[in-house]
Design a protein around this ligand. Structure first.
Ligand SMILES: Cc1cc2nc3c(=O)[nH]c(=O)nc-3n(C[C@H](O)[C@H](O)[C@H](O)COP(=O)(O)OP(=O)(O)OC[C@H]3O[C@@H](n4cnc5c(N)ncnc54)[C@H](O)[C@@H]3O)c2cc1C
Length: 603
């Protein structure tokens, strides 16, 4: 085969793989004004859909980045789960409402993966048209062949799949978002993908169903014998995604190279065979399956890479982990990997990190345990729903109905955890989370480093007398490129004469102008524009940095309590997790933490 080398090109980041994870990372890097390229070996994305579900936390993140609108506009909001154990008595189905989930979004949002990728590509085009010139197009038909890691860069060889012309790309960082068979992961000796292929065999089908058990706003789980899952695919058509266990097979020894997550090369089940399976399993219920868009067999793999980073090379998404589709977490986990990695790459590239190695290591240290948890959680659910041994069958048929009927909160909490709605990072596991112990311990309820931010209602001061409502998340939407340093003032005033910590906030801002946006949240009646003490936002072309709350809800949510009487500083990272939170009398600890974390503006 002819292979020609063209000239070498430089770029800060090369993203290998334009699946949902690579495309989200591309949007992040574009937003953070990083110079990158994104390639994919296919000429066009395939028409079929693997991932469907956006979890509440992912919706929050997309919302923060201004990407959620088309998903909400066109997706199906799944608001309840229907769990049917006794097919003889469908009226006894147990319903789990999703509206109590820990999020602004109390539903699962279903979109086809093809649409997800389309929306992300549209968003990239939009950023480009807003004259952010660094935003490149996705380069389809470009395959990463191999790469070599040097001391401070990576040399990647990519091939145009049509012309076979090869090109060397010199990048500061290479990120493999190239799926379970990742070329990036396989490119470094010792980078393993350990785990197992489950011996159960499954079918997936997108078909039309006209039956009351299949509803647009609900997911139906029939767990009478082997499980059948029915999920709505379109709000306006009768199309549903079916996931059906076919049976168990002899366990084979599979190596890293035989990962069969998703599609296999085995003979595919036909619609007739699937219908027969349905008729047998759910009799006397009769559910006709029609007009299949896609039918496929698949095996479940539970695997995780031993590392997420090697020097200047990273992996994210399915390249780093894969697991059972129960819980719909794969794409969500991958998008959240990219969310965690993007701002760290940007800090490293812009020379804004005090310790690049520590910063970049924190990606693996924060995300690897999350990947492991999801594999365990989804594996547990899969086993509970489909295991045939006595113990599992007993739990499913005898214990689960009691839980569903009498302890719904237990089921609900489990599901909240499975969807990662409560996810936070442990300060002990990450080098860039402030390990803080307040001097005055007992009354401390302050939010901890590693926790996800809380939303709440505030008022923004617009002119002498008028005030506009705004949410905390609205504020984070406007501070996306930087860390946000919040000073919760209780009712101690917002002017430097009455509150010395206003001066401290300004001082920190002056030191870290490039990476921190300061805001003040005050609990008091009315603040007039004339009271606003300083205008750092104006330097950034914004006018607001001071917000007022009337009900004392946000202070409380962040653990700044009236009775304790101390103001607090909370530093929020661009990925919306708290980096540090300290009381006023420990502000020197925050300064010391910042010294180790970010570079000062004049450096
Ligand atoms: C049946 C099924 C149902 C699922 N349901 C859900 C769900 O409801 N919710 C959910 O969150 N997840 C779900 N998942 C998982 C989800 O599909 C994956 O987690 C998700 O697609 C991972 O995205 P990714 O971008 O990491 O990888 P991929 O989507 O695999 O994309 C990788 C891309 O990299 C490209 N590539 C590979 N090698 C190279 C190379 N050498 N050079 C250039 N490009 C390359 C590929 O062409 C591909 O476009 C499901 C999976 C299956 C199998």
């Amino acid at each position: 085969m002819v292979s020609l080398f063209k000239e070498k090109k430089n770029v800060d980041v090369l993203i290998c793989g334009a699946g949902p994870v690579g495309l989200f990372l591309a949007n992040e890097l574009a937003e953070l004004e990083i110079n990158f390229r994104i390639i994919d070996k296919v000429e066009k994305h395939p028409e079929f859909t693997k991932a469907l579900l956006l979890s509440p936390r992912t919706m929050d993140i997309l919302d923060n980045r201004g990407l959620l609108y088309p998903f909400l506009e066109n997706g199906v909001k799944m608001k309840q789960l229907c769990i049917l154990q006794d097919v003889q008595n469908p009226s006894n189905a147990f319903k789990v409402d999703l509206n109590g989930m820990h999020s602004n979004f109390s539903f699962g949002l279903i979109n086809r993966q093809t649409k997800t990728m389309e929306y992300f590509i549209d968003a990239l085009h939009e950023k480009k048209s807003l004259r952010k010139k660094h935003v490149p197009n996705v380069e389809f038909g470009m395959e990463l062949i191999k790469y070599e890691e040097k001391d401070d860069h990576v040399i990647a060889v990519v091939k145009n799949t049509k012309s076979n012309v090869e090109e060397e790309i010199i990048c500061q960082y290479l990120v493999g978002c190239d799926g379970v068979h990742s070329t990036v992961r396989k490119g470094i000796n010792g980078w393993t993908f350990e785990g197992q292929t489950l011996n159960s065999s499954w079918a997936l089908a997108d078909v039309e169903i006209d039956h009351e058990l299949a509803k647009y706003y609900q997911g139906t789980f029939i767990i009478h014998e082997a499980p059948i899952v029915i999920l709505p695919l379109d709000a306006r058509k009768n199309t549903f995604r079916l996931i059906v266990k076919i049976g168990d097979e002899e366990k084979k020894n599979e190596t890293n190279d035989h990962v069969t997550h998703g599609l296999t090369n085995e003979a595919h089940i036909t619609l007739e065979e699937l219908q027969k399976l349905f008729d047998e399993r759910i009799a006397p219920i009769k559910m006709e399956l029609k007009n299949p868009v896609w039918i496929s067999n698949f095996k479940i793999n539970e695997r995780i890479a031993n590392r997420y980073r090697t020097g200047h090379v990273f992996i994210a998404g399915d390249a780093a982990h894969c697991h059972s589709p129960f819980g719909g977490q794969g794409m969500n986990l991958g998008i959240q990997d990219a969310h965690n990695l993007a701002f760290k790459l940007a800090l490293a590239i812009k020379d804004q990190s005090a310790d690049v190695n520590k910063l970049l290591d924190s990606y693996e240290h924060e995300r690897h345990p999350v990947g492991k948890n999801v594999i365990e959680g989804t594996g547990y659910v899969t086993n509970m729903m489909s295991g045939n041994d006595f113990y599992t069958s007993f739990l499913r048929t005898r214990v689960a109905p009691i839980l569903f009927n009498f302890f719904p909160q237990t089921v609900f909490n489990f599901q909240d955890n499975l969807l990662q709605n409560n996810l936070h990072y442990l300060p002990g596991s990450s080098e860039i989370l402030h390990k803080y112990k307040p001097r005055s311990g007992a009354e401390n309820k302050l939010i901890e480093a590693g926790y996800y931010v809380q939303d709440g209602l505030l008022m923004k001061i617009t002119s002498h007398k008028s005030h506009e409502h705004i949410t905390m998340f609205d504020i984070f939407r406007s501070t996306v490129l930087k860390h946000t340093l919040i000073l919760f003032t209780l009712n101690k005033g917002v002017t430097a004469d009455c509150n010395p910590f206003i001066e401290t906030l300004l001082e920190i801002y002056n030191d870290y102008k490039n990476t921190i946006t300061p805001i003040i949240i005050s609990y008091q009646g009315i603040v007039h524009a004339a009271d606003v003490p300083f205008m750092p936002f104006q330097e950034e072309g914004r006018e607001q940095h001071i917000f007022v709350e009337r009900k004392f809800e946000l202070h409380e949510k962040y653990g700044v309590m009236k009775e304790f009487g101390k103001q607090a500083f909370v530093l929020v990272r661009p990925d919306l997790y708290v980096a540090s939170a300290v009381f006023e009398d420990d502000v020197d600890e925050l300064k010391a933490f910042l010294d180790q974390y970010l570079t000062k503006a004049d450096k």
